[in-house]
Write a protein that binds this ligand. Structure first.
Ligand SMILES: Nc1ncnc2c1ncn2[C@@H]1O[C@H](COP(=O)(O)OP(=O)(O)O)[C@@H](O)[C@H]1O
Ligand SMILES: [Mg+2]
Length: 257
């Protein structure tokens, strides 16, 4: 089933076209990789999909309903959740309480307070269940600030899961993690797909997330230059060029080449 359809999405900032008539789809229960060099327009695409930015033109259809321009909270309640690139849990709260708050958000803040007073144990059990899905149950009582980078990334994922989403947008989840942390996060993400969740994963390095994605789309200077199965896209000359060009620019900027 097609859960997300993006048609001709365009976003301009002053003179710059950050997204240029981009179209793609995502199937339920699959991982879609959204690739591209730095500045290609990936995060802008997520901002539009999650309602943080209104596109200049184009349409976003989620679960059969047009949601273009809907605000973030309405999209989150419709089942479209987003995990930010910068991890931002409530640092002094335990991992569990962070998830409890997210569970409460799903039903509105005031109700959350009532829930925590009257249904403390039930809410706690539900939050623990969410932590288990990301392999964090053993760290339930640890303050978020004391978790390693890899575990904090998983906590962010748990907070998104607490919203009961059908689709999760992940912006560079592997960025800044050790090889080991990447491996275990990849396993968590693959498990969520097995639960029939849909994930859209932004990455810059091609290798990392290519192994995980069922289908990929590649952006370059705001335009979609390739889409399809990862094995085919990674061999596409336009994709190789786009990555080499930005690699060369970075080297020139560093003054080393
Ligand atoms: N709020 C903004 N105002 C002006 N330009 C922006 C804004 N956000 C992004 N851009 C520009 O849009 C382009 C795409 O940015 P972004 O979507 O963040 O790329 P990516 O996530 O692929 O690295 C970049 O050239 C960036 O400088
Ligand atoms: Mg980005």
């Amino acid at each position: 089933m097609r859960i997300l359809e993006v048609v001709g999405l365009t976003k301009r900032f002053a003179g710059l076209t950050a997204l240029d008539a981009v179209s793609f789809t995502a199937e339920e229960g699959q991982i879609l990789g959204l690739f591209g060099a730095s500045g290609a327009g990936k995060t802008t695409c997520f901002h539009c999909l999650s309602g943080f930015l209104t596109p200049d033109s184009g349409r976003i259809i989620f679960d059969g309903r047009e949601v273009t321009g809907d605000p973030p909270h309405r999209l989150a309640r419709a089942g479209l959740a987003r995990v930010f690139r910068i991890v931002q849990p409530f640092r002094r709260l335990s991992a569990l309480d962070n998830v409890v708050l997210a569970l409460g958000y799903r039903h509105g803040w005031a109700l959350n307070i009532l829930l925590s007073i009257w249904h403390g144990e039930a809410t706690r059990r539900r939050a623990l269940g969410v932590l288990e899905r990301v392999g964090l149950a053993a760290h339930a009582d640890h303050p978020a600030a004391l978790l390693s980078a890899g575990l904090q990334r998983r906590l962010e994922l748990a907070r998104a899961l607490a919203l009961g989403p059908r689709l999760i947008l992940l912006d560079e989840p592997f960025d800044g993690l050790s090889d080991e942390e990447r491996q275990s996060l990849a396993e968590v993400i693959a498990r969520l797909r097995a639960e029939k969740l849909t994930l859209v994963l932004i990455e810059r390095p091609l290798e990392l997330a290519m192994a995980l994605a069922d289908r990929v789309v590649v952006l370059d200077h705001g335009a979609l230059i390739a889409s399809g199965p990862p094995e085919r896209v990674r061999r596409d000359p336009r994709v190789i060029d786009a990555y080499q060009e930005t690699g060369a620019r970075a080297t020139a900027r560093d003054g080393s080449g």
